[in-house]
Design a protein around this ligand. Structure first.
Ligand code: FAD
Length: 399
């Protein structure tokens, strides 16, 4: 023990959005990170991603915004409709307004692009080393943190960032973030939507249906469209086949909204993504120990219905940077920074976790609750849809 990898202060598990952005911030402080990634290459799959003002605020100090913005899309509005009714229920302005209010725009992009830019930066940074093909199977927390790889080697680091995504099952001291599959299916697709109506090509659209919802948004200026459909699972025999038929034939979903009918007609293939049931974090202690910190999805698994997965991961990295910066050259205080981080972030995680869970339920209401929801969205839509607390960054800017 105590035989730390020479000069490498941090080990990080996972070269996703959280692991890469945190390592880049740590490098800005002059410290080294060694990242272990289980994937064998730099090509990650993934489709669309929403990058809200809080995400861009947290990315700005890494000087990659210009590159990202060049290839991303600025949606005009968020439009909310009922899948079974014509027209829209309500909408809020995004383009221009978000920048004006929060200092940063609301972008839609592809996860691949963001990942590619972060990875390129990390590869150029001499203080960051990335080992691919390196699946970490356990971490331990005594005098030093032990990384055990699936090749049977043990590695020692003084501090560990656990950033291996939503399926993280690495155990640190008290961590008991448990996951199981949710009773819903997520289907995603990305295709050229150039013949679709402008309302679809310019905006983020949400269609709320009975027992399902659909979200679409362009991811660049080439009319490439990202579409996600979330539908409650039924355990009945032959359900998979039924879902496939329904999705490829909008009439079976009783869709009456013209734009949604257009959109679904153009989809030829879907890929299925798992949706995990997540438990609300109750204690800050669940995401840190003396030597390790859980960041990104590994620390706060989230339903995708609030589109905040990447944003929270980027906020984590920027928050950690600001807290570590306060430690200055006194490395002994890193454990304290981990504790401060968890205590500072937990309320926001909890609020996001609850809000994303509720969104999933509200979007799929049926019967009387659906009628009440529609009336509220129609009459008080902008007040309900404008969620300033998400986009402002009071906690980070106060550090
Ligand atoms: C391949 C992929 C595609 C995605 N596509 C989308 C998308 O299209 N839209 C969207 O909104 N969100 C997508 N996400 C999720 C989104 O990136 C995250 O919600 C968010 O960015 C938080 O990032 P994260 O770094 O915490 O987790 P992730 O981005 O999930 O990154 C975790 C990383 O850890 C690695 N890893 C996992 N276990 C181990 C281990 N034991 N040892 C070593 N490495 C490990 C994974 O391979 C991955 O690279 C995707 C995630 C992945 C992994």
């Amino acid at each position: 023990m105590g035989n730390y990898s020479k000069g490498e202060m941090f080990g990080a598990i996972g070269a996703g959005i959280a692991g890469l952005s945190a390592s880049l911030y740590i490098a800005k402080l002059g410290m080294k990170t060694h990242i272990f990634e289980k994937r064998c290459d730099t090509n990650a799959d993934g489709v669309g991603i929403q990058l809200t003002p809080n995400a861009l605020y947290s990315l700005a100090p890494l000087d990659i915004l210009d590159e990202l913005i060049d290839e991303s899309f600025f949606p005009e509005k968020l439009v909310v409709s009922d899948a079974h009714l014509p027209g829209e229920l309500n909408s809020i302005q995004l383009k221009g307004k978000m920048e004006h209010k929060f200092g940063f725009p609301y972008l839609t992009s592809s996860r691949n692009l963001l990942h590619k830019i972060l990875l390129k930066r990390a590869n150029e940074e001499s203080l960051i080393k990335i080992s691919f093909n390196s699946k970490i199977i356990s971490t331990k927390n005594k005098d030093a943190v032990i990384y055990k790889t699936d090749l049977g080697t043990n590695l020692y680091f003084k501090y560990v960032l656990v950033s291996n995504g939503i399926t993280s099952n690495l155990t640190c001291n008290d961590s008991n973030i448990k996951l199981s599959l949710a009773d819903a299916k997520v289907l995603r697709t990305c295709f050229s939507g150039k013949d679709l109506p402008q309302d679809i090509l310019k905006n983020i659209n949400l269609w709320m249906g009975k027992g399902f919802h659909v979200v679409s948004y362009p991811i660049n200026n080439k009319s490439d469209l990202n579409v996600v459909l979330v539908k409650k699972n039924s355990r009945t025999f032959g359900y998979e086949k039924k879902l496939e038929n329904e999705v490829l034939n909008p009439r079976l979903l009783s869709v009456r909204n013209q734009n949604l009918t257009h959109l679904l007609k153009d989809v030829t293939t879907w890929s299925a993504w798992p949706l995990y049931r997540t438990r609300i974090i109750t204690r800050a202690k669940e995401i840190y120990s003396r030597n390790s910190l859980y960041i990104g999805d590994a620390g706060h698994p989230l339903y995708p219905h609030l589109a905040q997965g990447a944003a929270l991961a980027l906020e984590d990295s920027y928050t950690l940077y600001k807290l570590l910066q306060r430690c200055g050259s006194d490395k002994l205080h890193i454990s304290k920074a981990f504790k401060n981080f968890a205590e500072l972030r937990i309320r926001r995680y909890q609020r996001m976790q609850v809000e994303s869970l509720l969104n999933g339920k509200i979007f799929q209401q049926q019967g009387l609750l659906r009628v009440i929801r529609n009336s509220l969205v129609k009459n008080f839509g902008s007040r309900l849809m404008e969620k300033d607390w998400i986009y402002e960054n009071k906690n980070i800017s106060r550090i």
